[in-house]
Ligand binder design. Structure first.
Ligand code: ZN
Length: 507
């Protein structure tokens, strides 16, 4: 099965749009949709964290049945350990957090945590019309805590790390099987603690995800969960001697024909007798908020398609909502024709307009999602960059982006007028390119001003351009997202910048 990941972590889509989107996914060769429901279902047993534009269980059941009538398999994705901010930021759930005051992770040692997640599982099982599978998350837990400045709580610290996570997920897997559906998990934690593989029920599905692999094998070592420091080393005996002891059971999977196997996870999952799902991405970490990186995502999806087809695996094409570009912009990574005819040079421009800048248009998830009004440290990021040795490289990136966008816009406009390509994809690429160009132009101007002082006419022009583009953004996005989600998009992508410009113009 080729599955599409519909991530509702940020924007919620209109129901008429979702029906149309399902139909287009079917035509594009997808067999199913995995819906990351986040806070967009009013969970009947735990209604306290629902978003303002969340749907009832009845409304979701109608949508799921519509998709099923089209021939799609539809099942839900729930986060159950990490990535729990949408729940733990709300009362009465705060006390279940692993770290007090930080909503990232649920504490797996508390009995109430398991009870909460079982309630969620029961609710989605009903709302999704008794799906064949429930994806139970479980990614980016232990290895991720330190990177977020977190640690295990005293209840968890005294337990074995692998046992802690796997014990929690196993309870959920058994609970799913008793309901009558198969459990599915992200594979990164089990690949970090592979000796725990044998404990999962044989019906379990694991998703071997990694979004930067664009070839099946390589001369050098790629991404190994639990041994990231080996990346880039030649794939030979001397590197394998440094493989952590607990990962040595994966050596038969890590090496294929003397080369590093980028899909070693899939190979291990299959060898242990579980159903394999390969995970690729259309939008992933490092994208800016207007457009995805085309070459990377197209290459990642294509190699994953090939590996899945040859080995008989399922393939889950993810599309991460926290990257914020519109899902319609990602069709170009699925079909070369989505933007109409483009020369090799013009395709290169797609990549150049997709180069983002951290702090400007590549945003940290937490403030972007929860800080209101949203400032996201824009003023501070500009101040730091204007006086940093990285300034010249950033200026070059922005100049190239502005130039490539200027060249690309008439080409895309012409293709849209000719009726070539997919009009949804083209219209969102046109708007995304305009936003990318405006942010480049604005950042270049502001970097100058943070060194040599205010240029009022330039600020006034930028303010007008922001307000004009905002109007067009509202018109296009209101076709697909709910009013509440549209307001959030405007806050993140426009009002933050408009507030800064107004602040600088204020006498
Ligand atoms: Zn804990």
């Amino acid at each position: 099965m080729r599955l599409y990941h519909l991530d509702l972590k940020i924007a919620m889509f209109r129901q008429d749009y979702l029906r149309d989107f399902f139909a287009r996914l079917k035509i594009a060769g997808f067999d199913g949709v995995v819906i990351e429901i986040d806070n967009k279902l009013i969970f009947p047993s735990q209604p306290h964290f629902a978003a303002a534009d969340a749907l009832t269980a009845d409304a979701w059941r109608d949508l799921v049945r519509y998709g099923k009538r089209l021939g799609l398999v539809i099942y839900p994705l729930l986060q159950t350990l990490g990535h729990m901010e949408h729940i733990l930021r709300h009362e009465p759930y705060g006390c279940l957090a692993e770290n007090v005051g930080n909503a990232y992770m649920l504490c797996p040692s508390k009995n109430e945590s398991l009870r909460l997640v079982k309630d969620l599982v029961r609710d989605v099982f009903a709302a999704f019309d008794q799906p064949p599978v429930i994806h139970l998350g479980g990614d980016e837990v232990l290895g991720h805590l330190e990177r977020r400045g977190l640690h295990l709580c005293p209840l968890c610290r005294t337990r074995d790390a692998g046992e802690l996570v796997v014990g929690f997920l196993l309870e959920l897997a058994d609970f799913c099987l008793k309901l009558g559906c198969r459990p599915e998990f992200w594979a990164d934690e089990i690949l970090t603690y592979p000796r725990q593989f044998g404990r999962f029920p044989q019906e379990t599905r694991f998703v071997d995800w990694y979004y930067r692999r664009t070839q099946a094998t390589g001369d050098t070592i790629g991404h190994i969960w639990g041994a990231l420091r080996l990346a880039g080393e030649p794939a030979g005996e001397s590197a394998w001697a440094n493989l952590p002891e607990r990962l040595r059971v994966l050596l038969p999977d890590l090496v294929r024909d003397g080369r590093f196997n980028h899909f070693y996870g899939a190979s291990a999952i299959a060898r242990y007798g579980y159903q394999v799902v390969v995970g690729s991405a259309l939008r992933s970490s490092g994208d800016h908020y207007a457009l995805p990186r085309v070459s990377l995502s197209a290459g990642n999806v294509a190699v994953s398609d090939t590996v899945a087809r040859e080995a008989g695996y399922d393939h889950l094409v993810t599309s991460w909502a926290v990257r914020l570009s519109h899902p319609e912009t990602t069709w170009i990574a699925l079909s070369d024709e989505a933007l109409g005819p483009l020369s090799a040079e013009q395709r290169g421009w797609l990549d150049t307009v997709g180069h983002g800048l951290g702090g400007m248009d590549i945003l940290a998830e937490q403030p972007m999602r929860f800080e209101r009004p949203f400032h996201g440290g824009l003023d501070q990021a500009l101040h730091v960059l204007a006086n940093s040795p990285d300034r010249d490289a950033a200026v070059r990136l922005l100049q190239e982006r502005e130039q490539a966008g200027g060249l690309l816009l008439p080409v895309l406009n012409e293709n849209l007028e000719k009726g070539a390509g997919d009009s949804h994809c083209l219209r969102h690429w046109l708007l995304g390119t305009e936003l990318a160009v405006l942010r480049a132009r604005q950042t270049l101007a502001l970097l100058g001003m943070y060194r040599s002082g205010i240029d009022r006419p330039a600020l006034e022009r930028l303010l007008e351009q922001n307000q004009a583009l905002l109007q067009r953004f509202v018109r296009l996005w209101s076709e697909s997202v709910t009013p509440e989600s549209l307001d959030q998009e405007c806050e993140i992508k426009f009002r933050r910048d408009i507030r800064l410009l107004e602040n600088l113009l204020c006498r």
